[in-house]
Design a protein around this ligand. Sequence first.
Ligand SMILES: NC(=O)c1ccc[n+]([C@@H]2O[C@H](COP(=O)([O-])OP(=O)(O)OC[C@H]3O[C@@H](n4cnc5c(N)ncnc54)[C@H](OP(=O)(O)O)[C@@H]3O)[C@@H](O)[C@H]2O)c1
Length: 343
Amino acid sequence: MSTELGESNAKERKMKAAWFEQPGDASDVMIIGDREKPQPNAGEVLVRIYASGVNPSDVKKRGGLQSTGLDIAGFVIPHSDGAGIIKEVGEGVDISRVGERVWVYQAQYGRHWGTASEYICVPEKMAARLPDLVDFSVGACMGIPAMTAHRCVFSDGDVAGKTILVTGASGRVGHYAVQWAKLSGATVIGTAGNDHRCRFAKESGADHVFSYQEADLVDRIMQASGGKGVDRIVEVEFGDNIETSIQVLKTSGTIATYSSSHDPKPVLPFYPMMFNNISVQMVLVYNMSDEAKNHAIEDIYRALKKKQLTHRIARTFPLVDIADAHQSIESNSADGCVVVEIK
Ligand SMILES: NC(=O)c1ccc[n+]([C@@H]2O[C@H](COP(=O)([O-])OP(=O)(O)OC[C@H]3O[C@@H](n4cnc5c(N)ncnc54)[C@H](OP(=O)(O)O)[C@@H]3O)[C@@H](O)[C@H]2O)c1
């Protein structure tokens, strides 16, 4: 083999990636460079990633605030969500998948390899079909924001004709929760932080939106629900909002919650909850059942194809600026999804 050929083969075996080897501030620990390009094992697909979604859990893992789920030390290429094109398939995967546009979920869950790299190998079921003409940046927001929202809205069954309260309705997850509920025929009451976030929630399709800081929030929600209360709550801050929740939830209602970051050890008002038969559905998108994931994947494909969802990509960053992308999530300055583009 000539030296020139050897060099070009070696180049082809490399890929651009970002990674960290210890937790810390993004600007201190994030490394950008070349890594070995992976090869698909049996049952896997090799995806050329063009857009990598950044979510709070990616940032918390990098900052050491949340476990990476890895029991051995070493590098972590961050980010669970991404989108791109299948370039190769491993043994047992239908060759016709080569060339398919896909969105990838759960990539960096208990694994070293996330989507902040040119290439990634994932089990084929973790590469879901992305309809033609849907931007890769949109595909990179499906795994955590859209799937979590889907599970929270539907964990207790169909919502047609029901009244759903979506707290944090302008957030990355909340934005999709409002839309899943509206698409399914629910009346949606949303809460959000400031005026412009309330406006975002209204633009997502919420029928009524209130600031969660209003002193008379309970009265407003009760009034908006015709005095009946709500059937289900999609909850972003369980602990902060539990006192409001128990006052506005109908008997036998459900709180489907995906976060309680301000109050990680909330005290439960046991008797009011028990007397009203209230259920709490905890949702962790990574380990929801395959059935729930497949339900979400099918609905996402259909809704994207029919252009039924709106998306709010707040900011995009090139891979070299991945630390700034993490910072924008940490500073709560991004009103919507944050995406790292990998050209
Ligand atoms: N369990 C899971 O599977 C899962 C999946 C996705 C995300 N998460 C977690 O969920 C949290 C939110 O994620 P995200 O990406 O959607 O964040 P985000 O885009 O920042 O949305 C959170 C929203 O909640 C609002 N909010 C804060 N306190 C509230 C309250 N007491 N009542 C109503 N709204 C309130 C915020 O508004 P202001 O900023 O205006 O206050 C913000 O708009 C993070 O902690 C994340 O790690 C968990």
